[in-house]
Write a new protein. Structure first.
Length: 368
């Protein structure tokens, strides 16, 4: 049996801007240790392209076992054009997929919040996105990304066929539905479940099982069913109609990226990937910013660290039950934005541009 060390963070900075934004998170963890008498233990290692360059694999067994022994893993970003021609099974992104699958991280939580200070950064009209607060719950270990059979095979007439399998079981659907309903109870008590039951049998099963869980276990939570393509349209038309959106792996991937851009910048949005509770009540978890590795700005100290910092806030809240400290960090971010500090990606007129490290330092200065 693997012994989990209390309050151990594993930091996997990864590729591109990952080391820069995770560096700011590390500074905040150390601040909590020094100023709040917390006992966080920090370990740091390689994942993604940098791991492939050094070890020939996107994640080593040693790093994977470190993840198993940690209470929370914080990942920066993986991938980039440098590794476009690497064998598929060894691409940097496979590190992330392995962590999700082997740690059994079946639930991905992606908040889409439009900060009041940044309403004008959204491509939609202010009245459409002002006050936006959506939580997208995406099933993470099933569906077409993991289904078998899969692959590319030759067929007659000198052609090839690509195969991916989309399938879900009752238990996979029910456990992710429970996560969505539980979250809704703490928010505005409304779940919108998305699928394509009009053309996919897996969608029919999804709708039926979600409805069953609602009727049996969450009778007071409002549930609406919506076709995934309609949900994509409604997110642009009137996004504030949604509270918690529940979707499978494929549709959740697409809808969460769309919802992210409603807010004005991917650099502001965190995510959490959670597993089931063990017998000690601990939840395996991985936290990461929504944005990618952005190799075009790597090393320039201009990346926005807020999404990664808010990912730390989610870790404090969901993995460590430190609600007070999570609220404290969230308020520090809000305070810095109130003062007009902006990294380049969210800079607007009359605001002050700051670097990655300056933004991290400013947030630390607001912690009390």
């Amino acid at each position: 049996m693997i012994k989990i060390k209390k309050r151990k963070f594993l930091l996997l900075p990864g590729d591109g801007i990952g080391p820069e934004v995770v560096g700011e998170v590390k500074k905040i963890i150390l601040w909590f240790n020094k100023n709040k008498s917390l006992d966080f233990e920090i370990d740091e290692d390689l994942a993604g392209g940098v791991s492939y360059d050094k070890h020939g694999t996107p994640i080593t067994d040693e790093v994977f076992y470190k993840a198993l022994e940690s209470e929370a893993v914080i990942l920066g970003a993986v991938g980039g054009p440098k590794w476009d021609n690497v064998e598929f099974s060894k691409k940097p992104e496979r590190a992330l997929l392995k962590l999700r699958k082997e740690l059994k991280l079946f639930a991905n939580l992606r908040p889409a919040i439009c900060f009041k200070q940044l309403v004008d950064s959204s491509t939609l009209k202010p009245e459409i996105v002002s006050g936006l607060d959506i939580m997208i719950v995406r099933e993470l270990t099933g569906g077409i990304y993991f289904g078998e059979p899969r692959g590319i095979e030759p067929i007659e007439n000198n052609q090839r066929k690509g195969i991916n399998t989309h399938s879900y079981t009752t238990s996979e659907i029910q456990r992710i539905a429970r996560v969505a309903f539980d979250l809704a109870k703490k928010r505005r008590n409304k779940v919108t479940s998305c699928e394509k039951s009009n053309v996919m049998e897996a969608g029919v099963l999804w709708r039926e099982e979600v409805q069953l869980i609602k009727d049996k276990e969450f009778k007071k939570v409002e549930l609406n069913h919506m076709l995934a393509d309609n949900c994509a349209m409604q997110l642009l038309r009137y996004p504030k109609q949604f509270d918690v959106i529940l979707a499978d792996n494929l549709f959740g991937d697409m809808l969460s990226d769309e919802a992210a851009m409603l807010t004005g910048s991917l650099g502001l949005l965190p995510s959490a990937s959670l597993g089931i509770k063990d017998k000690n009540g601990r939840i395996r978890s991985l936290y990461e910013p929504v944005h990618g590795s952005a190799p075009d700005i790597e090393g320039k100290n201009i990346a926005n660290p807020i999404a990664t910092i808010l990912s730390l806030s989610m870790a404090l809240r969901y993995s460590l039950d430190l609600e007070k400290e999570a609220d404290q960090l969230d308020k520090a971010v809000q305070s810095v934005l109130d003062e007009g500090l902006r990294t380049k990606d969210i800079l607007s007129k009359n605001m002050k541009e700051v670097s990655t490290s300056q933004m991290g330092d400013a947030i630390i200065a607001k912690l009390k």
